[in-house]
Design a binder for this molecule. Sequence first.
Ligand code: ZN
Ligand code: ZN
Length: 339
Amino acid sequence: MTATEVRPRTSENMAPVDMMKALVYHGPGKKALEERPRPKILKPTDAIVKVTKTTICGSDLHILKGHLPMCESGRILGHEGVGVVESVGSGVSGFKAGDAVIISCITSCGKCSKCKKGIYSHCSDGGWILGYLIDGTQAEYVRIPHADTSLHAIPPGSDEDTLVMVSDILPTGYECGVLNGRIEPGHTVAIVGAGPVGLAALLAAQFYSPAEIFVIDIDENRLATALRLGASSVVNNTDGKAVDAVMKMTGGRGVDTAIEVVGSPATFAVCEGIVAAGGTLANVGVHGEKVDLHLERLWAHNISITTRLVDTVTIPLLLNRLRKNPSSDPSPPVAPKIS
Ligand SMILES: [Zn+2]
Ligand SMILES: [Zn+2]
């Protein structure tokens, strides 16, 4: 090749330095770890982040089950992670190469009418797009649009294993479960589903000093973790009798807040069965199929049902909360098992 010869860059002759490993979705039930071109800055407000930690999410599983058909074959999955800024576009002023960052699972422009209301999840040029409508974080590098409002600086000395949960898991449990669930001091709370988001809701619920928190699941390991993280009582619903158990533990009243963190008709039905008169049913789960709403029983029950896609507006607050625990363990002292 002479000095003047121009050879267009193609995927065949691309140097290895331009390639990266990524987990790619190929239609329902199909995924593969592949070599893909590294992302490039496309708009002045973009940043490229080298991903150092990422994780999987229930919504990744919904994509893989084919529940979210807007996710096209060829998409790099993932919307959670921490990393180091590799490069920024000319319009990014809050971050520079080398900065350690948390990637918000929600992309927000910070300027549209929805962003001004704090509903980042419905941003007119963002929302949940990472690993869904654009390539995501389960890769060595990711392009983050609207970097100034979609990245958060990592406080020096932080534990990345903890902070990766601030991308989505902790704000989802807090915003969709605890804030929407209107938990107040002295309330009784039930969390149906003790996966990472259910456990995040369990931790965040304790900000508000509820009297009791019941955690319901079918996995003994998860229930044991829930007890360690502050549940007052746990119920294994393998026998399908969780509603009876919770009604018995509450003297027939039910709970002030029932948080659904699975996204299935059966677990939503448990919440409908245990929410007290005047209570709140806060849905967190991603639902991939039709769910029955039993208004024939609930119409006179003075309940509220809330839904929400996480907005991640509480990430700064959660970072402050974690910063006050140098061990990066936000869990309170172990509560005794009372049943
Ligand atoms: Zn997620
Ligand atoms: Zn916006």
